[in-house]
Design a protein around this ligand. Structure first.
Ligand code: NDP
Ligand code: 8X3
Length: 251
């Protein structure tokens, strides 16, 4: 059955790959992000391929804007079947005693509080309909800290705890909850982490074939389309030469 899939942070990387893969799967999309022009371009690309797309421009840290935008959807679009909580970022790779407090706040407000805002807004409808799926984009970074990862790793550990907690809270319903935990995925992630330093970002993927956004989107689409009695609770997805958050073999 075709679903209505809401993806946060759909303008780049894993979120954009999810938009393309769910569209190719025949699902209709609510794409959210901060960059209106990018959202319009993506909407154009996907509607040209026959997809039904709505776009909503808001920052997941802005609770009021998120609420206004979701409530602006026509009634027939408000029944979200799949929420992909993808919007997120890392900023910096400094030891915790040298970290930038503002960067920390942005990561916490986006990766944890933004995800909670979306969850709190969308999941009640799923419970009422006894149907739905929340796919959170966690990370291998949430499994164990790595050097300089401190706050980012903590936010992704929080995503794991929140995903597990939500799964318990909805276990008496047909709603499913998934934590996807990618390792190195080559997107705009490292450029953002290093505040626009693309040379430093490129080094992150040197000597190893990293994952792509499509690799993660494939798993998301699989999880969303598993038989109703199957809940893909958690998936750790690593490049072949990455063994953990801190063990990466480069050639
Ligand atoms: P990208 O930087 O390519 O994409 C991040 C997306 O999130 C962009 O669309 C960005 O929009 C959006 N976003 C960031 N902050 C906000 C905000 N406050 N409100 C709305 N949208 C926002 O990175 P990825 O695709 O790699 O990252 C997607 C998710 O995957 C993140 O949660 C990240 O932590 C996670 N992840 C990434 C891994 C990797 O190695 N790349 C590995 C494991 C997990 P904008 O362009 O406006 O900033
Ligand atoms: C993104 C992967 O290893 O850079 O969450 O933290 S990593």
């Amino acid at each position: 059955m075709n679903k209505t899939v809401l993806i946060t942070g759909a303008t780049s990387g894993i979120g954009l790959a999810c938009a393309r893969k769910f569209a190719a799967n025949g699902d209709r999309l609510i794409l959210t992000g901060r960059n209106e022009q990018r959202l319009m371009d993506i909407e154009k690309e996907l509607t040209a391929k026959g997809a039904e797309v709505r776009t909503l421009v808001f920052d997941v840290r802005d609770r009021e804007a998120a609420k206004v935008m979701i409530e602006s959807l026509p009634t027939e679009w408000q029944e979200v079947d799949v929420l992909v909580n993808n919007a997120g970022l890392a900023l910096g790779l400094e030891p915790a005693y040298k970290g930038n407090l503002e960067d920390w706040e942005v990561m916490i407000d986006t990766n944890i509080k933004g995800l909670l805002t979306m969850t709190r807004m969308i999941v009640p409808g799923m419970i009422a309909r006894n149907r739905g799926h929340i796919i959170n984009i966690g990370s291998v970074a949430g499994d164990a800290a790595y050097a300089g990862g401190n706050v980012y790793c903590a936010t992704k550990a929080a995503v794991k705890a929140l995903t597990d907690g939500l799964r318990i809270d909805v276990a008496d319903t047909a709603v499913r909850v998934t934590n996807l935990k990618p390792g190195l995925v080559e997107t705009n992630f490292s450029v953002v982490r290093f505040h626009g330093d693309s040379d430093r970002a490129a080094n992150v993927y040197k000597g190893i074939k990293p994952l792509t956004g499509d690799d993660i989107a494939d798993v998301a689409v699989y999880a969303a389309n598993a038989p109703e009695h199957v809940q893909i609770a958690e998936v750790l997805i690593l490049a072949t030469h990455q063994a953990s958050g801190s063990v990466i073999v480069r050639k």
